[in-house]
Write a protein that binds this ligand. Structure first.
Ligand code: HEC
Length: 117
């Protein structure tokens, strides 16, 4: 009997949690899912953090070094009022971004003289 009540409470909690999740993520296109993007550690965390404001396509269109992803986060904070995420959470986001969307090399080995070193 107690076990049944516990199970029912657990199911309720899950329903409420998923409903809240849905409301918080209304900014991204409903068809967009973390699974659409390259697999990697912290993919879900990064996806939901960034898609609070815009489609993850905007993110996935980029390819940058970890340093430049870090600058991008600063830019999101100063320019677009993104919550300033620091410490471990920031490391997680940078881990995912720099491994899933690394700096792209020119295919024929050509390097722009203007590219930041
Ligand atoms: C608080 C809102 C907010 C959050 C959270 C946010 N961004 Fe943005 N971001 C914006 C806005 C606003 C734009 C400009 C949107 C546009 O051009 O349509 C933007 C644009 C961008 C661009 C395109 C920049 C360009 O010059 O074209 C990139 C890349 C980007 N964001 C990365 C990220 C990443 C990575 C995250 C998660 C770590 C993130 N953003 C989270 C608000 C946010």
């Amino acid at each position: 009997m107690a076990a049944t009540a516990l199970a029912a409470a657990t199911v309720m909690a899950m329903v409420v949690a998923s409903a809240m999740e849905g409301a918080a993520q209304s900014a991204r296109p409903p068809e967009e899912q973390p699974e659409h993007y390259p697999e990697g550690a912290h993919r879900e965390d990064t996806f939901y953090f960034c898609t609070a404001c815009h489609s993850f396509k905007l993110v996935a269109a980029q390819g940058m070094s970890r340093d430049r992803w870090n600058d991008t986060l600063d830019f999101m904070v100063s320019r677009h009022k993104m919550p300033d995420v620091q410490g471990q959470d920031r490391e997680k986001i940078l881990d995912y971004l720099s491994s899933a969307f690394p700096e792209r090399r020119e295919p024929r080995g050509w390097q722009s003289p203007f590219a930041p070193k």
